[in-house]
Design a protein around this ligand. Structure first.
Ligand SMILES: O=C(O)CCC(=O)C(=O)O
Length: 253
């Protein structure tokens, strides 16, 4: 059993709001390394249009960046953020999907209000099924195309009627996750969220790591390759990359 990762303040904030912010999760030297790796991944992705990911005017998606760069793979096990993800989800934590999103300047939203946990056939309104972590690689200003969340919406009943908003920024009660580069933040996958319009002149760059339980399959297109699995050096990384028996797998230390 590892030592508790979350402070009482974090536990109460997360339970109440459904999200949590980690200022300076990537200090300047780490941020430089991750940005350099992200640039290399982006260049490889642009050079080969057969590589997976959206190439839309309002979203460019380098799909599964952990397959491109060890620096991206290592972030799955971020020394501060991952222990918190594990504490929230439990010892059977695993990777569901991972992306590098680039939101071009002066573009409309690519994602209206939604939450991530809509699996049919499972009644799970109070279970935490997924936790999604965002690492900001650029400063995200309030008008810079960042994510917005509705605090506390992870507790909405499953039939909750969300107001319709043409512009996601018209949603009552939302908060904008605009923070400096190097910030990480996460949410309970049931928290309603949207991408806001990018009304700024700069690209938003963000890495997104989604975690669930080991018995859940990775999202299609994010199944770790055998080359990636061969890189797993720690029990946590093996579990994150879906190495093990489907049932009974959990971290012990
Ligand atoms: O680009 C964003 O900030 C929104 C991402 C999103 O909606 C998602 O990952 O489910």
């Amino acid at each position: 059993m590892p030592p508790r990762a979350m402070t009482d303040e974090q536990r109460i904030f997360f339970e109440t709001n459904g999200y949590l912010v980690f200022p300076n999760a990537l200090p300047p030297d780490h941020l430089d390394r991750v940005r350099a790796a992200a640039d290399r991944a982006e260049a490889a992705w642009r050079a080969d249009p057969s590589r997976p990911g959206l190439r839309n005017p309002n979203l460019e998606q380098v799909q599964a960046p952990i397959e491109y760069e060890d620096e991206m793979l290592a972030l799955l096990e971020h020394p501060v953020v991952f222990p918190v993800v594990r504490e929230i989800l439990g010892d059977d934590v695993s990777m569901i999907d991972n992306d590098y999103f680039l939101t071009p300047p002066h573009t409309k939203t690519h994602a209206h209000w939604h939450h991530d946990v809509g699996m049919a056939g499972v009644y799970h309104p109070r279970s935490i099924m997924m936790v999604k972590v965002f690492y900001l690689l650029t400063d995200v200003t309030p008008e810079g195309g960042g994510t917005a969340v509705i605090p506390g919406s992870h507790r909405y009943p499953t039939d909750f009627r969300l107001p319709q908003a043409e512009d996601p920024a018209e949603m009552p009660g939302h908060v904008k996750m605009s923070y400096p580069a190097g910030t990480a933040w996460l949410f309970n996958g049931r928290t309603y969220h949207a991408a806001l319009h990018n009304d700024s002149g700069t690209i938003r760059r963000v890495l997104i790591y989604n975690y669930g339980h080991f018995w859940m399959k990775p999202w299609q297109g994010y199944e770790p390759s055998s080359a990636l699995q061969a890189k797993a050096q720690t029990p946590a990384m093996r579990q994150l990359l879906h190495i093990g028996d489907a049932y009974g797998q959990h971290l012990k230390e």
